[in-house]
Design a protein around this ligand. Structure first.
Ligand SMILES: Nc1ncnc2c1ncn2[C@@H]1O[C@H](COP(=O)(O)OP(=O)(O)OP(=O)(O)O)[C@@H](O)[C@H]1O
Ligand SMILES: [Mg+2]
Length: 460
């Protein structure tokens, strides 16, 4: 598309053109109205005056006879009003009036004539236009009464010219403005297009130009930039996850390889057996890692929201507590549970149970101070329009600055490295919360951690 053509096709230019048309139409109407109210009405008024004078003269003739009308015409012909008169007899001879003879110009049907009139202005002669009414009087006399309408005509011409120039100027300015505006618009759209091209070409750090005027294009650019920020962050996270996955798989695979090689070297049947058994263990752990990763991805994608049904969270709490109570008691600890019935949420029973299991698993793992037994508490309650399921422990807790990042995949705090785990438990919990339109809150239990699942309450 040629650049000029492109300009005409911008929405700004079309809008400007539309406004221009409307503007020119309204200005035209306004000026037309002014023209009508001045020039046309003045001309009509002149016609009225002439007609009235003809009437008056005809009355004179009727009442006072020829002498009367001649007298009146003579008197009136001398003043400088621009009035013209001519009275002729049957033979066409002038009897009275300031017009020497009637120009041979055909009159229109309504007895009006227009003719050039020579006027003395000081020493010079000027040619003006006169407009006159022609009438027959009884006895074969003819009467012409008219006015010098030169000034009137000039006035009308000035108004017409003004209208023409005003419209022309409006048109030129409007078109120019439209072109300028759309060129500016086009420049900015082109800049955005150009920026997207460079980003697509691989420059992920590139951003849309923002002028700071906070107009709609700026808002668009800002929104696109926010989107790009998020895409960049997600891509960064993806890279980190893949390198973490690679790292997490590398260690157990290296271990498996080392053991199998050692067994092969020793050649003892006992060694073979031990190596195979540890291989099975490592494989189980690897599979568990993969399953966790897949569950997180599935929950985060939020595909299975249609599979959610109203369920009572207190039943889930009871199940999970039943499962964990023996384990906590085995460590000499206590697990307290308070959950009234009727904690209805729209949820996936299995995923919610998994999330709660992960929280209890953490509480059991990290929830006891050195040399102490775990004191755990699981509670469920309705708070306003929310169902809150909390798991509290009395361990070291999570420092405030780490609470956001522990929900990322593979993040484990240095203090917990001695305990088994992949750093995927809380990622799955927050994935499950995302699917349920809920949130995972990590708070200080003074001491210990209070991990809360906050879900929208479902009212039947
Ligand atoms: N109750 C808790 N008290 C103290 N620290 C905790 C608690 N729960 C989680 N953390 C910290 O958050 C980190 C991330 O927890 P997450 O459950 O995601 O992983 P993990 O327990 O290490 O491994 P996984 O759950 O995959 O077996 C833990 O490594 C630990 O450092
Ligand atoms: Mg965990």
């Amino acid at each position: 598309m040629s650049p000029r053509f492109k300009l005409l096709r911008t929405s700004t230019f079309r809008l400007a053109a539309l406004y221009l048309i409307l503007f020119v139409l309204s200005v035209g109407t306004l000026l037309g109205y002014v023209y009508w109210n001045t020039a046309v009405l003045l001309e009509r008024q002149t016609d009225e005056t002439i007609r009235a004078e003809v009437q008056a003269l005809a009355d004179q003739y009727r009442l006072r006879g020829l002498g009367g009308i001649i007298d009146t015409i003579r008197r009136r012909s001398t003043d400088e009003s621009g009035a013209v008169y001519l009275l002729t007899d049957v033979t066409g001879q002038r009897i009275a009036g300031n017009l020497t003879n009637l120009p041979a110009i055909p009159m229109d049907e309504a007895n009006w004539i227009e003719f050039p009139l020579d006027v003395e202005k000081g020493n010079a002669r000027e040619r003006h236009v006169a407009r006159a009414f022609y009438t027959n009087l009884a006895g074969g006399f003819e009467l012409v009464v008219g006015r010098d309408v030169e000034a009137l005509r000039q006035f009308a011409t000035i108004i017409r010219q003004t209208i023409f120039y005003a419209l022309a100027i409006a048109l030129v300015l409007g078109l120019g403005g439209g072109v300028l505006m759309s060129r500016n618009f086009l420049k900015r759209v082109d800049a955005i297009t150009e920026a997207s091209r460079t980003i697509m070409a691989g420059n992920m750090a590139g951003r849309m130009p923002v002028t700071g005027s906070s107009d709609e294009l700026d808002r668009l650019a800002l929104a696109l930039n926010e989107m790009l920020d998020q895409i960049e962050a997600l891509m960064g996270a993806m890279k980190e996850v893949s390198s973490n996955v690679a790292h997490d798989l590398k260690t157990p695979l290296t271990r498996i390889k080392a053991r199998v090689e050692a067994a092969l070297r020793s050649g003892a049947e006992q060694e073979y057996r031990a190596a195979l058994e540890s291989t099975v263990d490592e494989s189980d752990r690897l599979l568990a890692t993969f399953n966790a990763l897949l569950s997180i991805a599935r929950a985060e994608a939020g595909q299975s929201r249609s599979g959610l049904a109203p369920i009572d969270a207190s039943a889930i709490i009871a199940d999970v507590v039943d499962l964990y109570e023996p384990m906590v008691e085995e460590e000499g600890g206590r697990l307290l549970s308070i959950a009234p019935e009727g904690l209805t949420v729209m949820g996936d029973r299995q995923l919610l149970a998994q999330a709660l299991t992960n929280l209890l698993d953490n509480a059991l793992k990290y929830g006891a101070r050195a040399g102490k037994t775990p004191e755990l508490e699981v509670s469920g309650a309705i708070e306003g329009e929310k169902v809150v399921i909390a798991v509290r422990d009395r361990g070291e807790g999570i420092p405030e600055e780490d609470r956001a990042r522990v929900t990322e995949r593979f993040v484990r705090l240095d203090s917990s490295r001695s305990k088994p785990g992949n750093g995927l438990g809380l990622s799955l919990v927050s994935g499950v919360m995302k699917l349920h339109k809920g949130v995972l809150l990590l708070e200080d239990n003074e001491p210990g951690l209070a991990a809360k699942l906050v879900l929208p309450l479902h009212r039947a």
